[in-house]
Design a protein around this ligand. Sequence first.
Ligand code: PDD
Length: 286
Amino acid sequence: MATMSTVYLNEKFLPADQACVPVLDRGFIFGDGVYEVIPAYGGRLFRLNKHLQRLQNSLDAVRIPNPMDTEDWQIMLNALVEKNNGGDQSLYLQVTRGSAQRDHALPKNPQPTVFAMSNPLKPLAADIIESGVSAITLDDIRWQRCHIKAISLLPNILLRQEALDQGAAEAILIRDGFATEGAASNLFAVIDGVLCTPPTGPFLLPGITRDLILELAAANNIVHREQRISREDLQQADEIWLTSSTKEILPVTQLDNTRVNNGQPGPLFKSMLALYQDYKQQLRNA
Ligand code: PDD
């Protein structure tokens, strides 16, 4: 039998089935909180400081005081990885505004709830690397603060499910004729030989994986650009990828039931995947 995973809740490590939060927690009542998903490779947290900086930005944007300083976050998250036996993991953490009588107005002295857990991080299946996945385009029905990693994810959930219902793996979201990102991933497209991704701003999450891909492109003389991607650009793209901490790089080979280029993962995807795997391996060996 698999051993029960260890989670962290408000200064304590405990078995997952013993962690409870009060029903008046504003995370439960309002979805009032923010989160991060951080991969660990070989027991080492991936770009932890960048994730903690993004967490700080999200907390500032929703006016929740950060309950821990950087060093405490590092100590706690590293301990959580260790208690879950190291290796490759995906850590999830969330900070909510804590418990208070239900009132939309912010409580005067919030006591934030901090929760963190570990999930297995599985490598991308060989058949996906071989054949890619399909995606559909959907209207981006989300709000105008998509740069905040908020736990209130109803639009994202409904969009992802709509994609699954139509036999696709992910929804690519379109706002005013331009693609923003996936329901839980960032978007890249190879257009006229140039690797493109939409610029950051209020309409997409500044992904940590997205940043790394831009850095790897720069370091390896891959021509790349942050630029808006229209629906028509996508339809004519040579390659389309989706990126996230849990999926890494996913090649999209069908868009709205039409093949992307020849319907196979492209050459630039294969090069970038190799660079990404090397980068992970360096972290494991560090
Ligand atoms: N989601 N955009 C959205 C809307 C996301 O939810 C995510 C990640 C990303 C990619 O960001 P990063 O590369 O930092 O993981 C972009 C996580 C994995 C999730 O919600 O589970």
